[in-house]
Design a protein around this ligand. Structure first.
Ligand code: NAD
Length: 480
């Protein structure tokens, strides 16, 4: 029997996911770890379907957002999924190989190796902001590692989540990949299931709940969370290239990006120059906003109101404010587009300087010395990403060495996330664990350490009855 996707409205919702977990687990235990050929065939099948249906995926995401730029979907949802599949297809054979490691002299001629074993059934909970990529890339990693997967996509992109359920349902039987649809209640029940690993992408607040729920089952977690990623403009930054790069990173998906530069720290003497360059850069990227298909809308009314309330508070407090609305358009609230806004030198107690913005708003804070900028970053929770713009190696190294962030890009935003050979993940409140490329394979694998004893060996020397041989051996071991 193949179980169909279970919908949140289904009255069997509570027992359904638990049933699927049992089915996947028993099938996994019966079948054992899949061969390389099976894993590659699965990933190829997935890759081909993504390629064939990319336009449908872009259309369904856009319908969920109101308007989501098709190009942004291709760049940030489809391409990462395809790039991740390609990388896995190229390297999985070598990742899966048992790794020989050396043993100490006293254990020779025994041998040791690390076996990479699938962990079993992985649960994946994904968010709405890149609703395809953030479901499919962890799925690829979990399948590459030989696991069964249950996916719970976001309720805030209902069309995309339903599409993903149907898309995966056609590619894989429910005992291999199953999608569970529903909101926070379903998510809470899902995270309480005794998975062998739980991989969560979303807010830090929900991440805490996920970890609490997983602790009951001692289920290991990977938490891909959010936070305020700073962008430091160095004294010697090339403004003509830095500002367009920051503007792009900020306004991709209208700022609804976990690794978007949240706020900028700029040398006081270069503040006006930066503001001017970034205004020009935004004007070039988005000469109009309302009917411009490239400029994405805010996901829903709640987030639209939330971002506007950040702006209202800044206005009330008299913060210097620059709206970059090149065609002077009126943006009706029903369409949920927000004018890109620069807030210059906002006080630190404003919500826009405390909470993750997740919208097209860039606070810009002047600083007097690089040490001050570093201290400012270090005074806040550890971010998911950090960006530094500058040409001097000594300053760049100072920033990279003295700040702690999940990842970083220098003279660029976002791009560290698309390098398959880099681990992607947060630290502290921005997350725990990492994936992408081989790191994803390892996250979803158990590293089993195996010792292989040789027929002739000296282990008997350390067994009772202890005598001269044991004493000689101990003396040798302790004085090596
Ligand atoms: P969210 O935490 O509200 O929801 C994410 C998922 O968790 C959804 O599927 C949701 O249904 C589920 N969920 C909600 N409440 C739950 C509960 N109590 N128990 C279990 N599951 C529950 O996050 P969001 O608003 O969809 O995403 C935005 C946040 O995610 C931002 O903070 C952003 O920075 C972060 N994010 C991080 C990354 C990353 O890779 N580190 C990527 C994208 C987004």
């Amino acid at each position: 029997m193949k179980l169909a996707t279970i919908d949140a409205d289904d009255s069997t919702m509570q027992s359904g996911p638990a049933d699927i977990l049992s089915l996947q687990r028993s099938d996994f235990l019966r079948a054992g770890a899949p061969e390389l050929s099976e894993r590659l065939a699965d990933i190829r099948k997935l890759r081909d379907a993504v390629r064939q249906q990319s336009e449908e995926i872009a259309a369904v995401i856009s319908a969920d957002f109101g308007n989501r730029s098709v190009h942004e979907t291709m760049v940030a949802d489809i391409w990462p999924a395809l790039a991740s599949a390609r990388h896995v297809l190229q390297h999985l054979a070598s990742w899966m190989k048992p790794r020989r490691v050396s043993v100490g002299l006293e254990l020779m001629p025994g041998r040791a190796r690390i076996l990479y074993q699938p962990i079993g059934v992985a649960g994946i909970i994904s968010p709405w902001n890149y609703p395809f990529q953030l479901a499919i890339v962890p799925l690829i990693a979990a399948l590459a590692a030989g696991n069964r997967v249950m996916l719970k996509p976001s309720e805030l992109t209902p069309r995309t989540s339903e599409f993903v359920a149907g898309f995966l349902g056609k590619l894989f039987p429910a005992e291999k990949v199953a999608t569970i649809l529903g909101g926070p209640d379903v998510g809470a029940a899902f995270s309480a299931l005794p998975f062998d690993h739980l991989f969560y992408t979303g807010s830090t607040a929900v991440g805490r709940r996920i970890m609490r729920a997983a602790a009951e089952n001692l289920t290991p977690v990977t938490l891909e969370l959010g936070g305020k990623s700073p962008c430091i403009i160095g004294n010697d930054a090339v403004m003509a290239s830095a500002a367009p790069s920051v503007a792009f990173g900020k306004l991709l998906n209208a700022g609804q990006t976990c690794v978007a530069p949240d706020y900028a720290l700029v040398p006081r003497a270069r503040l006006d120059e930066f503001v001017d360059h970034i205004r020009q850069a935004i004007t070039r990227l988005y000469p109009s906003l309302r009917a411009n298909p490239d400029y994405t809308a805010i996901i829903n009314d709640r987030h639209y109101v939330r971002i506007n309330s950040l702006l209202d508070e800044a206005r009330r407090r008299g913060v210097r404010f620059l709206e970059v609305n090149p065609s002077n358009e009126k943006l009706p609230p029903a369409e949920r587009k927000i004018v890109p806004s620069l807030l210059i030198d906002p006080p630190d107690d404003l919500a826009v300087m405390q909470d993750e913005i997740f919208g097209p708003v860039l606070p810009i804070r002047p600083y007097d010395s690089l040490d001050e900028a570093i201290e400012f970053v270090n005074g806040k929770p550890r971010p998911l990403a950090l960006y530094y713009y500058g040409t001097t190696k000594i300053d760049r190294d100072k920033v990279l060495n003295r700040t702690v962030s999940g990842g970083a890009s220098v003279n660029e935003t976002l791009m560290h996330i698309v390098v398959e050979n880099l681990p992607f993940g947060g630290i502290g409140p921005s997350g725990m664990g990492a994936y992408h490329g081989e790191y994803g394979f390892q996250t979803f694998s158990h590293r089993k350490g195996v010792f292989l004893q040789s027929r002739i060996n000296g282990s008997g020397m350390l067994r009772p009855p202890f005598g001269r041989a044991a004493n000689t051996m101990l003396k040798f071991l302790m004085n090596r």
